[in-house]
Design a protein around this ligand. Structure first.
Ligand SMILES: [Zn+2]
Length: 355
């Protein structure tokens, strides 16, 4: 009995020793460069599958099952730096299977956790409350061009601003909160337009000192500049300005949006004035920039309403709302919750931007 066991033991050891080189020859490896990322982050895989004909890579989401990406194409048996883009939050298992013929003979897997990025921005002290400050330059006196807002126009602008927080909250399904912290009317006329885009530059073209608190997220400026030869814009947005170490987003509006014009723009049974469309539009340019600063740049561009099937001008508010809630009709990506989070720590906001 004892001898028999010894013989079996020796046989097992011999088999193991003999099997080692063969197993090594067929030993599949799979490594990932990391096991945690944020939505739209990439996981880089490397594998070797000696003795295989090809490798397939699959991805399974915990609680959901097989994912479309990566697909089940035949991959080489040895691969370095195969990037997989993680498009959703969740816990995923990425499986590499080595095939010989049409049979799997070896597989390896890695587990990856994908987060939304919200925890990160929260840990940085960000929130989704935009503090919006407004300056209304009541008159412009430029060479050969003199315009002033009427009291009715100023009243209309103030009315639009009073509706703005509710509008942004509704359109975004609560993702974006805004507070209009102050509306300042400047009576001293604007006498210069210094910006390259015919925009008004704070401090150069109108004073700032009295009108800004430390945690302004966005400064909106209204001026009666419609039809001025240097200012061929109706609204501007998506850029920043830095004042005394504090960087904030900016938006500017000409008098084109100072007269009531309603009835054409509607979403969920709510009608919006043209001036509100303009406010939302320019603020969303700031959201685009802010979203990139927060790590999410994969959204459809604000100006691409048409290519995304929102052709009609009447659909503008639907486009804005669908973009803000990430529910585009064609299934493409809009903003994410993280897009709306802003810092209230003045010097930290990003400075670069596109007009
Ligand atoms: Zn625009």
């Amino acid at each position: 009995m004892y001898r028999k066991m010894l013989a079996l033991f020796l046989a097992a050891v011999m088999t193991a020793l003999w099997a080692v080189p063969a197993a090594a020859a067929e030993g599949m490896t799979l490594t990932a460069d990391c096991c945690e990322t944020e939505v739209d982050g990439k996981i880089r895989l490397s594998w070797t599958a000696p003795g295989a004909d090809y490798v397939k890579v699959r991805m399974v989401k915990a609680g959901k099952g097989e994912m479309a990406e990566p697909d089940a194409r035949k991959r080489p048996v040895s691969k370095k730096d195969f990037a997989v883009t993680m498009r959703e939050e969740g816990v995923f298992t990425i499986v590499a299977e080595a095939y010989r013929g049409d049979r799997v003979f070896s597989s390896r897997s890695v587990r990856v956790t994908v987060s939304s990025g919200l925890e990160r921005v929260l840990s940085q002290g960000m929130d989704n409350i935009w503090k919006i400050r407004v300056i209304i330059c009541r008159s412009v006196r430029l060479p050969g061009y003199q315009r002033s807002f009427t009291q009715a126009q100023v009243n209309h602008i103030r009315n639009l601003l009073s509706l703005l927080p509710g509008t942004l909250f509704n359109l975004s399904d609560g993702r974006m909160c805004a507070v209009v912290t102050d509306v300042t009317e400047l009576t001293e006329p604007v006498t210069s337009v210094s910006g390259d885009c015919g925009d008004l530059v704070p401090e150069k073209d109108f004073p700032l000192s009295q009108t800004l608190t430390d945690d302004t997220t966005l400064l909106a400026v209204y001026a009666p500049l419609e039809n001025h030869p240097k200012t061929d814009w109706l609204g501007l947005g998506g850029y920043t300005h830095t004042y005394r170490g504090q960087t904030f987003y900016m938006a500017e509006f000409s008098s084109a949006f100072a007269a009531p014009e309603s009835g054409r723009w509607e979403r969920n049974g709510i009608r919006y004035d043209l001036g509100t469309c303009a406010l939302v539009h320019e603020i969303l340019h700031a959201v685009e920039l802010n979203s990139r600063n927060n790590g999410w740049g994969g959204f459809e561009m604000l100006h691409d309403a048409g290519p995304n099937g929102y052709d009609d001008q009447k659909a503008f508010m639907d486009w804005y709302g669908d973009l803000m809630t990430d529910r585009l009709k064609n299934g493409k990506a809009g903003f994410r919750a993280v897009s709306f989070y802003v810092k209230h720590d003045p010097g930290m906001r990003a400075r670069a931007g596109n007009p």
